[in-house]
Design a binder for this molecule. Structure first.
Ligand SMILES: NC(=O)c1ccc[n+]([C@@H]2O[C@H](COP(=O)([O-])OP(=O)(O)OC[C@H]3O[C@@H](n4cnc5c(N)ncnc54)[C@H](OP(=O)(O)O)[C@@H]3O)[C@@H](O)[C@H]2O)c1
Length: 317
């Protein structure tokens, strides 16, 4: 891959986009382009078209989206569906219209049916009903995958979709209402510890099984996708290993040094019973994760402590 190629990273200030930016910079890519949502609102079709005509990137990485955990998805179904549809439609269509050679679309493992056989293979897409709490977000992402697939089929362009499992790492959202489970736990255990080891209340029963990937591994997978031509349109990106939410809580409790009680609020929803990606397709293509969960959480907690006064807390309205 030409290190001078102009690469536009949509969402370069986000957890994933910023990790991709750092990874590409480290690899020597010299022509990276990124604009914040204040500089370019990706919901504004005219502005996005104007930007593409002016910048003419060769490669586009779509890491821009409205992202959130169960509560945010459940309470704000319309923006989770519509904002994501509009953002990705504008990026995908402007890329097609302006000669983009390679487009990497980031989706999410929630695109797969709630009760599909585990681990989730790429070919179970659209074989059953979605998890109701995040179906809005999932439907938008499925549309993005299909738009890239359609472009690949009709125009033979290298538009590829990567489906990451749950991600975590530096620059995550640590707001207790809108964040994902892992950063929420880091913050809850940390705050309970510094307030005298107060009990920590967590949602659900702790029984569901989940998989977590460090965002630097995700960025590495994106670099791999950039530097290689895939034969297919959809690839899962994960570790291929899962653990119960209870085990995750105990691991984070140990790493943060919290010594109080954990209370499970089973009146709150658990979500999908198990969500583990089958990562064999990506492995066959030549990529696999390298950062272990304990090491990754330890590094994230160190980052959290160093940045505790300015952690990101996304509020929805
Ligand atoms: N986090 C996870 O666990 C996870 C898991 C699977 C997949 N993913 C996928 O990875 C991608 C990035 O997620 P993330 O966790 O990095 O999210 P994030 O930290 O919330 O970042 C999202 C980025 O999107 C940008 N954005 C949102 N609305 C925009 C708009 N209207 N105009 C311009 N930019 C806009 C934001 O820009 P500003 O900061 O400038 O506002 C932000 O930089 C998403 O596609 C997500 O579905 C994430």
């Amino acid at each position: 891959m030409d290190k001078q190629a102009k690469i536009y990273i949509a969402g370069h200030k986000g957890m994933v986009g910023s990790a991709i930016w750092r990874a590409l910079e480290k690899k020597g890519y010299q022509h990276l382009v990124g604009l914040s949502s204040k500089e370019l609102d990706l919901k504004n079709q005219l502005e996005v078209q104007r930007f593409f005509k002016h910048e003419r990137p060769a490669i586009v990485i779509d890491a821009a989206a409205r992202v959130g955990g169960i509560m945010a998805n459940n309470n704000y179904p319309y923006p989770f569906l519509m904002d994501n549809l509009i953002i990705q439609n504008n990026l995908i269509d402007s890329s097609l219209q302006n000669g983009v050679e390679k487009f990497i679309f980031l989706g999410s493992s929630c695109i797969y049916p709630k009760l599909a056989p585990q681990p989730l293979r790429e070919d179970v897409l659209l074989s059953g009903s979605l998890e109701p709490t995040n179906q809005w977000y999932a439907l938008a992402k499925i549309t993005g995958v299909k738009a890239c697939e359609a472009i690949r089929k009709q125009y033979g362009k290298d538009f590829v979709s990567l489906m990451p499992t749950n991600l975590y790492g530096p620059y995550d959202n640590f707001d207790l209402e809108t964040s994902h489970v892992l950063p929420a736990m880091i913050r809850k255990f940390h705050e309970a510890k510094i307030n005298g080891n107060l009990p920590v209340t967590l949602w659900g029963t702790g029984a569901p099984l989940r998989e977590f990937l460090h965002v630097n591994d995700m960025a590495d997978a994106v670099c791999f996708a950039l530097e290689n031509t895939f034969t297919d349109n959809l690839y899962n990106v994960g570790t291929g290993k899962d653990l119960t939410i209870k085990s995750l809580a105990e691991l984070i409790q140990k790493i943060t040094g919290h010594q109080g009680e954990i209370i499970w609020d089973s009146s709150k929803p658990d979500g999908t019973p198990r969500k583990l990606l089958d990562v064999s397709k990506m492995k066959e293509a030549g990529w696999q994760a390298t950062i272990g969960l304990e090491q990754g959480i330890q590094e994230t907690y160190t980052w959290f402590l160093e940045n505790v006064d300015r952690i990101k807390q996304v509020k929805l309205n």
